[in-house]
Ligand binder design. Structure first.
Ligand SMILES: [Zn+2]
Length: 435
């Protein structure tokens, strides 16, 4: 092979799990990166001896995967980690809102979000969804760090904010979307139980006008479904359909309590599901019927939810939990193979948010969002089934090196853009003041 020109980073010698359409695996491969993009993916044998690159990353002993995508989260809730234990969703929300409305400001939300970004990069996450207060400041933070963030205005009745100014701010952010490089702007609503029909009409209007994706929480637990049904005469899923908000640009978080008809409705409309198994288990909400959703052809991605209900932003842990609980739920070990779980944490998340042309797999033309997992470990030996090792044996501590948009964010276990000690001290002192 002729040497490639203008190669900035060359990752050489690792086993590449491309997650491309053919799920191609290269036993000993190389990835050439120019600027922010992947130029070529090939076997290391084909590598010319004269290949020049500004930086060469030796990936021997590593498994190289696409950056993981956390499809549902609330980043700054790192601040509340461990503060809201053993509570059912309704009581949990009451307490969260109390803390949020009394204690949060733009500054501490940014500190909490920054800790979340550091935690996620350490865990091989290169792109994450965020739904939270002070979203514009967190979008700016993400641009500064160089982290791919899916975020945008969350329309909600929580906190009694002035609706017109909420919409004016939302419109302003969406109108200026082109100023962002790392942020993927979307429109959000907290849920059907914290919004009015008028708010949801506005959400639909903004979604259609700006052609952005939409996400909301839906059917997280039984009492939510009962409350919404009592108030509106429709379940959350039926209500979203009546708002014309079910389609292939909508991502619903949770979907734990769905009946057969609702699974059919999501399938027919092309609606995506963000599965958050650990948060659902911890809040006692139940287990989503992911096996049947996949059977129905629904695109399911995976999220951690906020660290106050999980209590971390660890997609390795989430992948393992997802696989294990589905096998247990259906008494069937064939449900959710390891490769399908990795699909949920990579390419499916990208498809859900309409960014699979940018990220979610390792292929020429896509952005270089790449994670090296160090397999030179006792618990990852032998390597009989690399997908099984990744899902059932690996932990986020095995992540060694992380690139986002071609930029090194972690190299051999060292974060590039964070002073972690200072950051942890800041978060602790903010959290100490919560009452
Ligand atoms: Zn959530």
């Amino acid at each position: 092979m002729e040497p490639l020109k203008n190669i900035d980073v060359l990752i050489d010698g690792g086993m590449i799990l491309s997650m491309n359409k053919d799920r191609q695996v290269i036993d000993k491969g190389a990835i050439a990166i120019s600027g922010d993009s992947i130029v070529q993916v090939f076997s290391s044998d084909q590598l010319s001896k004269d290949q020049a690159a500004k930086k060469v990353i030796n990936a021997e002993g590593m498994v190289v995967i696409p950056g993981l995508i956390n499809a549902h989260s609330h980043l700054a809730m790192t601040l509340f980690r461990g503060l809201l234990e053993d509570l059912e969703l309704h009581r949990w929300l009451e307490k969260v809102w109390k803390y949020e409305l009394s204690s949060l400001n733009e500054e501490n939300v940014c500190v909490g979000s920054k800790l979340a970004l550091a935690e996620m990069i350490r865990g091989g996450v290169t792109c994450a969804h965020d739904m939270y207060w002070y979203y514009e400041a967190v979008m700016a933070l993400s641009e500064e760090i160089g982290f791919r963030l899916i975020s945008g205005p969350p329309i909600t009745g929580i906190g009694g904010l002035d609706f017109d100014s909420m919409v004016a701010q939302a419109r302003n952010v969406l109108e200026n979307a082109e100023k962002y490089h790392y942020v993927i702007p979307i429109i959000q609503a907290h849920s059907t139980y914290t919004t009015t029909p008028r708010m949801m009409d506005t959400v639909l209007e903004l979604k259609e006008e700006f052609g952005v994706a939409f996400t909301t929480h839906a059917s997280e637990n039984k009492s939510e479904v009962e409350d919404v049904t009592e108030r509106f005469g429709l379940t959350p899923i039926e209500l979203l359909q009546s708002y014309k908000l079910l389609d292939d640009k909508t991502i619903l978080a949770h979907c734990v309590q769905l009946n057969d008809e609702e699974i059919e409705m999501l399938s027919e409309s092309g609606t995506h599901v963000a599965h958050c198994p650990e948060s659902n288990l911890k809040l006692g909400a139940g287990i989503a019927r992911i096996g049947e959703m996949l059977e129905a052809g629904i695109n399911v991605c995976i999220g951690t939810d906020g660290p106050a209900s999980n209590n971390d932003l660890d997609l390795f842990g989430e992948m393992r939990t997802a696989a294990l609980v589905q096998k247990g739920l259906y008494n069937d070990p064939k449900i959710l193979k390891a490769i399908e779980v990795l699909e949920m944490a990579t390419i499916n998340g990208a498809k859900a948010y309409g960014i699979d042309h940018l990220t979610g797999s390792i292929e020429p033309g896509k952005k270089a969002d790449i994670v090296l997992v160090d397999f030179r470990k006792t618990h990852l030996t032998p390597r009989n089934d690399v997908y099984a090792n990744l899902v059932y044996s690996a932990t986020k501590a095995d992540v060694s090196t992380v690139l986002i948009d071609g930029r090194l964010q972690m190299e051999a276990g060292e974060l590039v853009a964070f002073d972690e000690d200072a950051l942890m001290a800041d978060v602790q002192s903010i959290s100490d003041k919560f009452e």
